[in-house]
Design a protein around this ligand. Structure first.
Ligand code: PMP
Length: 287
């Protein structure tokens, strides 16, 4: 038994569906040896993928950035995601897709002849609990100690893993990271600041992962007439925010009500969060 995974669900590996316990890769897989791969997490609501086109476009961008030929066209990826959803009874799921450079003799440089390893699985998705949505979550600040290609959704996640553990060790859900005094993102989420009714977020560049929810919140802000500024955000601005929020596929949008033990704004989820949360729930209900 693998901790946290019930039973032996089917997973996809290199063209075949097998029970999780039977899915094996070589220890020479470059994903295992070097973290030489990329991944995606697609949320599924009522058995329908949410923003699949955007997720598949980001998957393609990540592959291109690390020069792994995309093993599938969009239609094939969509078909695979559909088959993964069908392996589970859960209404809400998240589908995980991973592509590594493949198996080769250990050498840092790209091997000449190598076939990418393609892995996919789905897990039941417990949407963020009402307590988190209504009362908000705690976060702590830390320096961003990761590399300079955070726009790639790389499986080399050690920096993110250590950051998330930094939060867990302090009984917080997430970190808010700063590079050279400016906001980057969370360990596995984008971070949003509200000041005087305006939404502020770091611009999309190599210092953050462009979350699929980043684009979604951008669209919602525009539709709801919430002014949005994408620009460098100083640590002082984050600390003086009226509201803070995080967004990710698995956390959706959550209000951060405590930062380093101090209340954010009123210490309660704020009005801009409430409007975005409503928009999020409406979009899911309309799927
Ligand atoms: N930044 C990082 C580092 C992440 O891991 C994630 C979660 N994938 C995000 C941002 C948010 O991206 P998304 O909205 O696509 O989940």
């Amino acid at each position: 038994m693998i901790p946290g995974i019930a039973g032996d669900p089917p997973v996809y590996l290199n063209g075949e569906f097998t029970p999780l316990s039977q899915a094996k890769i070589s220890v020479l897989d470059r994903g295992f040896i070097f973290g030489d791969g990329i991944y995606e997490v697609v949320p599924v609501y009522g058995r329908k993928p949410f923003r699949m086109a955007q997720h598949l476009a980001r998957l393609a961008r990540s592959l291109e950035a690390i020069r792994i030929p995309n093993p599938h066209g969009t239609a094939e990826w969509r078909e695979l995601v559909g088959k993964l959803i069908d392996t589970s009874d859960a209404q809400d799921q998240f589908v995980y897709l991973q592509v590594t450079r493949g198996v080769a003799k250990r050498d840092h440089a790209f091997p000449a002849q190598v076939v990418p390893t393609v892995f996919g699985m789905t897990s039941p998705f417990a949407r963020p609990a009402a307590a988190l949505r209504e009362q908000g979550v705690k976060a702590v600040t830390m320096p961003d100690e990761r590399w300079l290609h955070c726009e790639i959704k790389s499986t080399s996640l050690l920096g993110n893993v250590l950051a998330r553990q930094f939060a867990a060790d302090r009984d917080a859900l997430e970190v808010v990271m700063f590079r050279d005094g400016y906001l980057s993102e969370g360990s596995s989420s984008n971070i949003w600041v509200v000041k005087d009714g305006r939404l502020v977020a770091p611009q999309k560049n190599h210092l953050i992962l462009e979350g699929i929810r980043y684009g979604f919140i951008e669209e919602m802000a525009s539709a709801k007439g919430i002014p949005l500024e994408m620009r460098p955000v100083s640590q002082a601005e984050v600390e003086a925010a009226d509201e803070l929020m995080l967004s990710s596929a698995t956390k959706e949008i959550l209000p951060i009500v405590s930062l380093d033990g101090k209340p954010v704004g009123s210490g309660r989820p704020g009005p801009v969060y409430a409007r975005l949360r409503q928009g999020y729930d409406e979009a899911i209900a309309a799927l």
